[in-house]
Write a protein that binds this ligand. Sequence first.
Ligand SMILES: [Fe+2]
Length: 334
Amino acid sequence: MNTPSKKQWLSSYEEPTHVHSFSMPDNIKKALAKELIIAVNNTIGMDIAAQISMSESIAKKAFSLSKDFENDYEKLISDPAVAAIYIDNLPSFTGITKFALNRLLALVLGVRFGMPFQFREQHNGILVPELTPKKGSIGNTNSSPEDFGSHTDDAYIDAKFRTKYIGLLGVENEQHTPTGYSPIARIVESLSEREIDILKQPVFQFRQPFSFVTDSDNKWSESKPIIYFDEHGLLSVQCPTYNTRIDPNCEIGVQRVFEKFKKVVEESVNWVIVDPSTYFIFKNDKGLHQRKAIGGKRTIFRTYWHDNLARLMSKAGHTGFVFSLSDLKDDTRD
Ligand SMILES: [Fe+2]
């Protein structure tokens, strides 16, 4: 199998829009690597809350070395036109502590945007799971080596309890497998007013994700819109394109609009390569993400980030960072 170079992948796609790319300055990279190496031994046996607060202080200390870097970084929350950021020139690690160091780095890189959390049913509830492809995995899951279609995560559950941001720290990517992100702001530019209106109707049902191992197969959400406005009035999207069905009682023509939506999603995609020493973090509700089939070895550390974890704790009725899907979802329909 031919291995496409990173340049070949990138040159075959359009320039990113709504994805802000920048490099970590060398002085921050050096300082961050040093801080992480000192800190990592102290994390052994440390609880998650303490690891997060340690990550916060490492991020504050290292990132404040460059105002420009901090400004770029903050754009994910300060600029509504920025739906994702992609950072390269991150420190990389070798040796027996590299996994612990990468996990800690993944926390440091996302902690500015919220609190990390995980579902008990996914990746054994590990807060920052290491994702690698496994042959024979069910399609359209993050362990499948095949193409992973366009989706937002967890449209099945209420928007309030879903991840706000998904952070991917690249550790290994032999064949430069690209990750795609189609911002909703770009998608709507290619849809008519009428098509947008139809996509705003609550007539779409989303299947429980296959990655949830418990009684997963055929549970569907109540009917919801694909395009909606979030609590801040910002245009938002929810849709696993391969796991969506249309309410049978709705008007004819919705299927055609949904097909058009899927076509436009593919035409609106920005590709980034989550290679070693890069970090890609994107808003789950401001675009759909996807990944090409994985050839060779690929390892990323993925973290879910929520900007209001108290909401999940209140709904679930317990504190902590790991929640069961059933804690956050109480109505399902077959
Ligand atoms: Fe996903």
